[in-house]
Every structure is written in structure tokens, then in C-alpha cells.
Write a protein that binds this ligand. Structure first.
Ligand code: ZN
Length: 370
């Protein structure tokens, strides 16, 4: 089953060697950017060291132990991730019924559509109560597994007191237990925690790998797979979302703004502002600017280089339409992109977001009106 994980060959080899030579660490820290296979590898690693298959590559994915892991229901699998306040009772059950429902939905999403982002309604972090429950469970004996497996996702999302409580567990790890922490933000991890783990690095996926996964495993068309792999910058989750949504609504929005700007259609722009007024939130605008940057770069590319270098290859006709007769575009693009960077920084500060979009429209109109 390790073969299902693409683009991490050297990392997988390292882990498989550890299994073969029975040199399994008590604590690992899987780090690297989002959407490159860290959770899946952690789960498969836990399955492999417990797999009951005899003459097969482990994990087999079909024995009873593998099954229980795949449904995240193995009694010796402990899974900790950032949550709202759970109000756990002495048995470790979540007392708040709305949060309990969301918690189950999180698990279900993790099993069936892990590329979707699941958002709790409340603010999340790794709670001291979750770490408390974990350490209580680790004091109990193992039910049936050869190794008890603990996965702590987004391990950087612990406040200092929680991290210090967890450190006690790491300092005296129970036997036959493997703790795998996962993080995208290594710099946010406490050095005292890092030093008690074996760090394992996951590199970003190449465009080619993302593209082939989309085409072969998700039946995304060649053109869209190519677009998604370029926009996602090595993040498979993002790429799958773009590929399966048939392009993100934010990308559509960016195309609409640019098309209206190219036509100097101010009335059309005002109507569009009105239609999208619910979307004017910081993180959405930052995403929007990302798409604008890619589309404008495509337009500049179209005017100087070959079509095969553009990112939004599925939108080639629209792009050609906008770029028509705009011979000076590529010489003006650099200044525009610098301006866009600056605008991006301003969104992070306290600015009127309506004004940001209006400025974006005017500046783009100016760029494309030549
Ligand atoms: Zn198995």
C-alpha cells in the first residue's frame, strides 16, 4: 500500500528500512508542506508495523488490523488533532453534543474525502484535555496491537502549557508505542519537542506527479489536471479540489474581474461586486489575488512565449480573447505584479476590503487598456 503514496520515495524507503531492521523510533516528527502525504504515510506506517499479512508487502490493507486502522477505529490507535473545547468527561466522551457531531464529521471526512478541508465552527487547537486523555490512555495496557500508534496532527497547534504537558509523555514514552507528530510549520514546534523525535521530511510534490495522480486516480481531464497541478504548487489536496470542482469559484471570480477590466466595463464590475459581497473576507481575497497573479502572468506569457507554458490551459480561449492586440502587456506586467504583492500585504493589515477590490479592478483596467 505504500506504493499508493507518490513522490516520497526516499522517505518511504527510510521508514520501510526501519520496519525491516526493527529499528522503529518511539517518536517521529513528519514535517513538510500541506497535501504531500504525511498523514497517509503515518497511518500506513502504523498499519505496516501491525499488519498480520505473512507473505505480502505490508501493510496489506485487507487483514483485520489494517481494516481497523483504515477506518480509524483500531483500539490501539490514538488520534489527536486540533479541536474546539471538547468538555471531555471521565470516560473521554465529548459532552458538548454539537461539537461531538462535528468531531465525527471530521473523522468521516478524513476517511472518505481527506482532500476536503473540514472546518469546525469554533476556534481549534490541540487542547490540554486531549493531551490529558492521551496520557491517561497511554498508561493503560495495549489491547491487541504489536505497537500502539499515536498520530498527532498539526502538532504545532499546542499552546506552551499543553506542549509542556505533552513533553512529559515524550520524555518517558510507554513501551511498544510509536508517536507520530505531523506538522507543516516546523518553526512553530518547541525545540525541546523536536529534540525528542526523529524528524522525517516530506518534500513538495512535483507538477508531473500531481498531474498524473489527478488523471489516473481522479479521472480529471488532461487540461484541467495540468492547470490544477500548476496552481496548487505541490499540494495534492488543493489540486484535487481544483480538479474536482471543475475549477475553483475564486478562479472564476478572478477571470470575471480581469475580463471586465479588459473591457473597461465599470457597470459590469459593480454588479459583480454586489454578487460577491459575501465573499469579501481576508483569506478569500488573498486567494483571489493568487489567481489574478497567475492569470496576468498567463496573459504576459501568451503575448511573448508559446501557449504550452501557460497555467490556465483550460481557459486558453478566454485568455487569447483578453490578450488580443495587447502588445505592450509583457513589459508592463512586472510593475503590476509588484503592485499586487503590495496589495496582498495591505490585506493582512487593516484595510477596507471593498476598496482593495476596487483598486484591483482599476489597476487591472489600466494594465489591460493599452
Ligand atoms: Zn494488513
Amino acid at each position: 500500500m505504500f506504493r499508493k503514496i507518490k513522490g516520497q520515495e526516499s522517505t518511504l524507503e527510510l521508514l520501510q528500512k526501519a520496519i525491516e531492521h526493527d529499528r522503529i523510533s518511539q517518536a517521529y516528527l513528519f514535517h513538510g508542506s500541506d497535501g504531500v502525504g504525511k498523514f497517509m504515510t503515518a497511518l500506513y506506517f502504523g498499519m505496516a508495523v501491525n499488519c498480520a499479512a505473512i507473505n505480502q508487502l505490508k501493510p496489506c490493507g485487507i487483514c483485520s488490523s489494517c481494516h481497523k486502522f483504515l477506518s480509524l477505529e483500531h483500539p490501539d490507535f490514538l488520534y489527536v488533532f486540533p479541536t474546539p473545547i471538547l468538555n471531555l468527561n471521565a470516560e473521554g466522551e465529548i459532552k458538548n453534543s454539537d461539537v461531538a457531531k462535528q468531531y465525527q464529521a471530521y473523522l468521516k471526512n478524513k476517511i472518505s474525502t481527506p482532500w476536503q478541508e473540514f472546518f469546525f465552527k469554533e476556534i481549534t487547537e490541540i487542547r490540554k484535555e486531549s493531551i490529558g486523555l492521551l496520557s491517561k490512555r497511554l498508561e493503560l495496557s495495549i489491547h491487541e496491537a504489536r505497537y500502539r500508534i499515536v498520530i498527532i496532527e498539526n502538532a504545532d497547534m499546542m499552546n506552551i502549557p499543553t506542549a509542556n504537558a505533552f513533553l512529559k509523555t515524550l520524555e518517558e514514552p510507554p513501551s511498544d508505542t510509536v508517536i507520530i507528530m505531523i506538522t507543516e510549520r516546523m518553526q512553530m514546534m518547541l525545540p525541546t519537542i523536536i529534540s525528542r523525535t526523529q524528524p522525517v521530511y516530506f518534500k513538495p510534490l512535483t507538477r508531473g506527479i500531481v498531474e498524473s495522480i489527478l488523471i489516473n486516480q481522479f479521472e480529471v481531464s488532461d487540461a484541467l489536471a495540468r492547470t490544477a497541478s500548476r496552481i496548487s504548487a505541490g499540494n495534492l489536496k488543493t489540486a484535487i479540489r481544483i480538479g474536482s470542482d471543475n475549477a475553483s469559484p475564486l478562479r472564476d471570480w478572478a477571470f470575471e474581474i480581469i475580463t471586465l477590466a479588459a473591457k473597461s466595463d465599470e457597470l459590469g464590475f459593480l454588479a459583480l461586486m454586489d454578487k460577491n459581497k459575501d465573499r469579501q473576507k481576508k483569506d478569500q481575497l488573498i486567494e483571489l489575488l493568487k489567481y489574478v497573479r497567475i492569470i496576468i502572468s498567463d496573459l504576459a506569457t501568451l503575448s511573448t512565449e508559446s501557449e504550452t507554458d501557460i497555467t490556465n490551459i483550460d481557459m486558453i480561449d478566454t485568455l487569447k480573447d483578453i490578450a488580443k492586440n495587447k502588445t505592450e502587456l509583457s513589459s508592463k506586467t512586472y510593475e503590476y505584479l509588484l503592485w499586487l504583492e503590495d496589495l496582498n500585504r495591505k490585506i493582512d493589515g487593516n484595510v477596507n476590503l471593498n476598496l482593495v477590490i476596487l483598486n484591483l479592478f482599476l489597476k487591472t483596467k489600466n494594465l489591460l487598456s493599452a
